[in-house]
Design a protein. Sequence first.
Length: 309
Amino acid sequence: MVLLSHQRITPPNIDTSLTHGSETLDRIYRALKSWFQHINTEPKSGVSPARLVVGLGVVLALNFVLTNLMDDSGLLVLIGMGKLQHGMAGHGLDPTNSTDVMLFKRTATMTAERLLLEPERGLLRLELLEDPTSEQFGVVQVHKRGFAAEGIAKELAEQLHLRDTLQYQTVFPERSRWRLASLSLGEGDLPLLGNVAVAVQHETFQVTAHKADDFVRAWVEYGYNSLGEEGVVRCDLLRQVDDPTSFLARRVFRSHDVRRQHQAGEHYTRWVEQVGPMMEAAELAPLLHLDAVYPETSLVPFRSRWTTV
């Protein structure tokens, strides 16, 4: 389920622990320093094959850090909401009929799977969400770096009467952590049983212009801390392309009980207190509750393609 709102906040404090990327950089720096000290104390009688291998390993490690752990986000995200149409795609589906809605969700899921496999689409991630109270569906497209898109994929858009599609850029987490997780089973793994909709929460924040960068820094710290909590699946931040002071916060939880526990916890309450003064006075945006349709999550054992990897 997804909650979408503008919110002014106030409550209580956040860990100042290093991010995963900083810890990795620190370890690599110390290893490099030790290695260079070692080779500078030995006679320079040519470069041995062992040193070449070690040097190559260092270069590859630095490349991994710079392109994955230290990379910016900045991926294009398109989000649109709309209603299933009567006579959708010539199939005569009735949005008030539960059987027809189930058929649409099954068809849309298969379409999403196919679109992700077409390289020319440049899709890194695709999500389908449902608002059961208003019979609306949402489509979220995340594009690979360097790919542009004019709108939501027509195979999905033509089935829904989409309202205006909003364009965002990812801010957190890093580019490499926006791909869909795999549900592939390893040797000895139990079979996956059932399907459950994870609890998704969307909040829109309007931040004062001179505090936008501070808001991003606060979210990065809060995001890493939150991802360390049991049952927190994602903790994303998006920035609206045509309004750099407007942010969409996306949190995904294993269940609504986990969401409530998170909101009562130390990381959330400290973050709320920290960013409260950064908010622009504005009316609250409409609050939406949406269920995740795609990607899927197994009930037993709990494994989700929403997981931040």
